[in-house]
Design a protein around this ligand. Sequence first.
Ligand code: G3H
Ligand code: ZN
Length: 287
Amino acid sequence: MLVSAKEMLDKALEGHYAVGQFNINNLEWTKAILETAQELKSPVILGVSEGAGKYMTGYKTVVKMVEGMVEEMGITVPVAIHLDHGSYEGAKKAIEAGFTSVMFDGSHYSIDENVEKTKDIVNLAHSKEISVEAEVGSIGGEEDGVVGTGEFADPAECKMIADLGIDFLAAGIGNIHGVYPENWQGLNFDVLAEIQKEVGKLPLVLHGGTGIPTDMIKEAITLGVSKINVNTECQLAFAAATRKYIEAGKDKEGKGFDPRKLLAPGTQAIKDTVKEKMEIFGSIGKA
Ligand code: G3H
Ligand code: ZN
């Protein structure tokens, strides 16, 4: 069932668990995530970066593919198609194409410009019952061309953006895209608690979900995190399983050429990763 992400995240906040956003790149990725969500009776958010959207030939293709899969796979759990780290123009395009949820990432603008642009996107999206995620502060590292400084979010600025009527908020609290470096300082729960105090009952989003220790995830959930984004971890799992299968000569000693067989171990690895995350996030059985 395709839905906006608002209701599922309000419920998650209320129920003290988080819904996973898993980024998609193609049909196999999408199928693996949808199958796992359905098997585990978990709500799920399919994240689409602007780069991945282009790779899949455009937002309309993504929407049609997901709509078709939801129908033909008999998916009954709540599923949102969400633009990840969208630009101002990108968010408008995704809304037009039929996404059920968008992130407008204005974190690299001044706070005034972030406010103005976020306000426009909220008006447009809400006129079509599409949910909106905004960002304050910055997520460190790089994801699909989106580079962040890792600056902590200012709680007062979070309140300014929250007051625009957004549906959930991403805030930089020391989280980083990609694999965490060995000298990573961890999430800053003091900043997170301050933000929660300012924004009240607004679901918070934790980006950079790859490799965050379970105890930190659980603590973040107690402080209002209701959506956790995972991308790199599925990519690493897919790549490792595919490499292992080919290097072990299981593809008929290097002569296998059926793409459905070549992609199967990687697809299974994505399913296993998504299942593990849903267990940690506590979303199983919540659909
Ligand atoms: O926006 C997507 C996420 O923040 C993914 O982060 O690649 O570190 O898991 P990750
Ligand atoms: Zn992110």
